[in-house]
Design a protein around this ligand. Structure first.
Ligand SMILES: NC(=O)c1ccc[n+]([C@@H]2O[C@H](COP(=O)([O-])OP(=O)(O)OC[C@H]3O[C@@H](n4cnc5c(N)ncnc54)[C@H](OP(=O)(O)O)[C@@H]3O)[C@@H](O)[C@H]2O)c1
Length: 281
């Protein structure tokens, strides 16, 4: 286990996996700094934490912006203690066939799910390397390992995050900083409400996919009923960060384990037909 004198900084902590992880870690004695783009969105988490006497401090941090980021992180370290664990959790999905994705929509997707995480990592590393220890947890997805239809933007952003993490873990290993990638399957969070749909989906560019989009939508609605409590992801993050020798990748949930395993072990044609069922009746 790493020392526990520093804080755990979690981005996108106002809801879903971030919120669950903040409470779960704090319940187990970790001091948590819960970050959100808007302080107001943390009100509910902060009041629950204070009612239960849990060490969770809310901070406003816009992960999408570079301006003022290093000052914000310095202020966190000065007020709450050094950042020992960074959980890059903030993220959303951009939905739509690749043909309908506008460049600015794609850039925004990469900005939040990839560049923001890379930026935060760069900012926290000097202190972690200086201390010779620290942990970076990147919340990826099963879609960081396999591509599914109409999620090309999201999948690309998570593949990028996985690639960055792979290189980073080798670079940081001799310096005492661990890199962990968490790959959730399907969890009950605000993810679907926060999902952005490509503006051109209803345009001519979206026309060839319309029937498949409808089939995908109804299958996905049914699939969503199986979504699990995000505390499961929180438990895995807790286990990983307190482990003396954490694994590099943690799949959470059956969909994630089966998805990754299926893509690796099934014959190509069987795998294609299984994924194809998501878009064809
Ligand atoms: N739910 C799932 O089934 C699932 C599966 C695999 C992976 N994941 C990943 O898990 C992480 C957490 O997602 P969640 O499921 O807990 O969803 P969520 O409830 O929507 O929480 C995501 C958080 O990310 C932040 N966020 C959303 N859009 C953003 C944007 N455009 N710019 C900056 N921050 C933004 C928000 O935090 P603030 O508003 O507080 O800043 C939001 O609370 C994400 O990285 C997601 O890709 C989720």
């Amino acid at each position: 286990m790493t020392g526990t004198d520093g804080v755990v900084l979690i981005t996108g902590a106002s809801s879903g996996i971030g919120r669950s992880t903040a409470l779960y870690l704090a319940e187990r004695g970790r001091r948590v700094v819960a970050a959100s783009r808007a302080r107001g969105r943390l009100a509910e988490l902060e009041s629950e934490a204070s009612r239960r006497g849990l060490p969770v401090a809310g901070v406003e941090l816009d992960v999408n912006g570079e301006a003022g980021l290093s000052e914000a992180l310095e202020a966190i370290a000065a007020e709450h203690g050094h950042i020992e664990v960074l959980v890059n959790n903030a993220g959303y999905g951009l939905f739509g066939p690749v043909q309908t994705l506008a460049s600015d929509e794609l850039r925004a997707q990469m900005e939040t799910n990839f560049f923001a995480a890379a930026r935060l990592i760069r900012q926290v590393l000097p202190a972690m390397i200086g201390k010779g220890r620290g942990t970076i947890v990147n919340v990826s997805s099963v879609l960081g390992r396999i591509g599914t239809p109409f999620n090309g933007a999201y999948v690309s952003s998570k593949f990028a995050l996985e690639g960055l993490s792979e290189s980073l873990r080798h670079e940081l290993r001799p310096l005492g900083v661990r890199v962990i990638v968490v790959e959730p399957g399907l969890f009950r969070t605000g993810f679907r409400d926060n999902q952005v749909t490509a503006a051109a989906i209803e345009s001519e560019d979206g026309a060839p996919y319309r029937r498949y989009l409808k089939d995908y939508g109804s299958r996905h609605d049914r699939f969503s009923l199986r979504a699990k409590d995000p505390v499961r992801v929180a438990k895995v993050i807790h286990r990983a960060i307190r482990s003396r020798r954490p694994r590099f990748r943690y799949q959470v949930g059956m969909e994630s384990r089966l998805g990754v395993l299926g893509s690796r072990l099934l014959p190509e044609r069987v795998y294609l037909s299984l994924v194809g069922r998501a878009v064809r009746r």
